[in-house]
Design a protein around this ligand. Structure first.
Ligand code: PMP
Length: 404
């Protein structure tokens, strides 16, 4: 059992008022709030060990390097990677995906096929489209049904020996649907395709086990899991990371540079050109420690309660439609009210202190599927409460009356 009041006390921002009302923060899918221990760790880094890493023989540089590499080790343990050098620090999920698509530009040939899903965030669509334009490969899309679930038989039918890469998100940001990624990974491997999982929305809710999943790449952002913005991880299997060319050239990523030829550094440095977000990388480790101290089993159990409660309460509102009604869901609810633009509801409830996301959630194909301009999305974290859900439901009812 989680002591929610104790947990809430870890997050200074949650005791704020916004527009004169206590803040109800339900935009966790966009970015999570940060516990004091994470904020303190960032300050401590700059106060005590700030120095560039992997370069200096001096003490501070050694300390910063050690802290950075310890954090990499924590991530390795957290996602159960086989080697620490399979864990690349990035600036976020978008960076990780672009690193991979850039690498595949030298592998794909005209006529090869890339499969994405209709549930993707733009950052797991556009880089693949750009790759296809560059290489002459074809983009195929796994369709979805009215419940917001992928039509898995259609995926089976898309697979062939032409399929070179398959990519899907672990959990949809727009609808909260959890995708059957283990099935997708195994089926894709059976035709020899590589698989990238966009784990951006999964890592706040669960602990991915990359060896058990057997995915080739798993990308996520630190800021959605209580870590700082501008941090992220790309996990890649050693054999794939050795096969892909570097993403960016610069310092850190070389063995030897001459004007005739440059040789590249070993993993992970081959993919980590330039001075990284050192503080952020270190503090991401602190965020992971914090989440593990709360416990992912506890998080899952409590967030499921919040999801069930919010689904029940919102369903009481006449004319309210929830999108993404499949069984397998994370604590995200996307909805609309008949005849009212989502933006208008979002703006009114903001005045009542409630922060939700409105719009297409960077997933326009999903909105096109449902023929809507966007949705209102409430995404819950383990520090939210049922009382806050009640406040949101009351606020939505008020907005409905005002806008009808
Ligand atoms: N994929 C999904 C499913 C997401 O929800 C997000 C962030 N909303 C991203 C990718 C992109 O993450 P970032 O902006 O941190 O790179």
């Amino acid at each position: 059992m989680l002591d929610i009041q104790k947990i809430r006390a870890d997050f200074p921002i949650l005791s704020q008022t916004v527009n004169g009302k206590p803040l109800v923060y339900f935009d966790n899918g966009a970015t999570s709030q940060k516990p004091q221990i994470v904020i303190d760790a960032e300050v401590k880094y700059y106060q005590e060990i700030n120095a560039n890493i992997h370069r200096g023989v001096h003490t501070l540089s050694q300390l910063a390097t050690d802290a950075y590499e310890i954090s990499r080790g924590k991530v390795k343990e957290h996602i159960n990677a086989k080697f620490a050098h399979e864990v690349l620090f990035t600036s976020g999920t978008t960076h990780g995906i672009n690193l991979v698509t850039n690498g595949f530009a030298s592998i794909l040939k005209p006529g090869d096929e890339v499969i994405v899903s209709s549930l993707e965030h733009h950052s797991n669509i556009v880089p693949w489209q750009m790759l296809c334009e560059k290489t002459g490969a074809l983009l195929k899309v796994i369709p979805m049904n009215e419940n917001g679930e992928l039509i898995i038989e259609a995926f089976d039918a898309l697979l062939s020996e032409k399929t070179k890469v398959v990519t899907v998100n672990h959990i949809s940001n727009a609808l909260g649907v959890i995708n059957p990624i283990k099935y997708i990974i195994d089926k894709a491997h059976a035709v020899g395709a590589a698989v990238l999982i966009d784990g951006a929305q999964a890592v706040p809710h669960l602990k991915p086990n990359v060896q058990e999943l057997d995915c080739d790449f798993y990308a996520f952002s630190g800021h959605k899991m209580c870590g700082p913005t501008g941090t992220g991880i790309l996990y890649g299997k050693e054999e794939w990371l050795n096969k892909l060319p570097p993403y960016q050239g610069g310092g850190e990523m070389i063995k030897e540079v001459t004007f005739e030829k440059t040789t590249y550094a070993d993993l992970p440095h081959k993919f980590e050109a330039g001075t990284p977000n050192i503080a952020g990388g270190i503090v991401l480790g602190t965020a992971i420690d914090y989440l593990n101290s709360v416990g992912f089993e506890n998080i899952h159990k409590y967030e499921t309660e919040l999801l069930d409660y919010a689904t029940k309460r919102l369903s009481e509102i006449e004319g309210l439609r929830i999108y993404g009604t499949g069984k397998n869901k994370a604590s995200v609810i996307s909805f609309n009210i008949d005849g009212i633009h989502p933006y208008d509801v979002g703006s009114i409830i903001d005045k009542l202190g409630i922060a939700v996301r409105t719009g297409h959630h960077c997933a326009q194909p999903i909105m096109n599927f449902f023929c809507i301009p966007g949705t209102i999305r409430a995404s819950f974290s383990f520090y939210n409460t049922k009382e806050e859900i009640d406040q949101m439901v009351d606020a939505v009812k008020k907005a409905q009356i005002m806008l009808s």
